[in-house]
Design a protein around this ligand. Sequence first.
Ligand code: HEM
Ligand code: HEM
Length: 137
Amino acid sequence: MQGVSRNFFTLAIVYAICGMVLGLSMAMTHDHTQMPTHAHIMVLGWVMSAVFAFFYHLVPAARASRLASVHFWLAAVSGIALVVGLFIMLGGNASIEPVVAVASMAFFASMLLFAWIALTAIWKSDNVVATRPATAV
Ligand code: HEM
Ligand code: HEM
């Protein structure tokens, strides 16, 4: 794994650790106020970033696109702003809501960008999906 795949997988691991720490703290304190934050860190963060990592790893045509790193940075910055903003908002600071709203729209934009990158890559006639290298006989 390298390049944008490795970046996404590293980000996924960071989300998983932070999200589980938050989940454990919710369980231990019996205070589930931050449930939506935990849920989004786990699925929007850990699961989606891991899916992106494996997609880019398996589809070299998508990885080769210059837009792939734009997708990584847009998804990383907006996703982190979204969950950190949500954490602050649910912690009782409603004034952060515009940040959460902008971050949500930016994260949606990153998904549209991924849709473009992924669909153009997989529908290209010369698309090559990584497989085990062919062995000489
Ligand atoms: C250390 C491991 C984890 C702990 C201690 C933990 C703890 C919790 C707690 C206490 C809740 C709140 C339940 C409620 O109020 O009804 C919750 C909800 C949730 N957790 Fe976790 N969690 C863990 C791992 C995960 C993982 C690995 C995922 C997904 C990949 C995940 C996804 C979710 C989701 C989506 C919800 C919201 C469920 C709903 O909408 O009712 N959690 N978790
Ligand atoms: C544009 C970004 C997103 C916005 C604005 C958004 C907004 C919301 C809202 C308003 C809720 C209801 C929360 C509540 O009732 O307390 C929710 C719940 C949920 N969302 Fe999202 N969401 C977004 C992206 C995602 C993505 C990408 C995923 C999964 C990959 C996801 C998974 C979930 C789950 C599992 C729940 C149920 C857990 C809960 O009730 O907190 N969301 N989301």
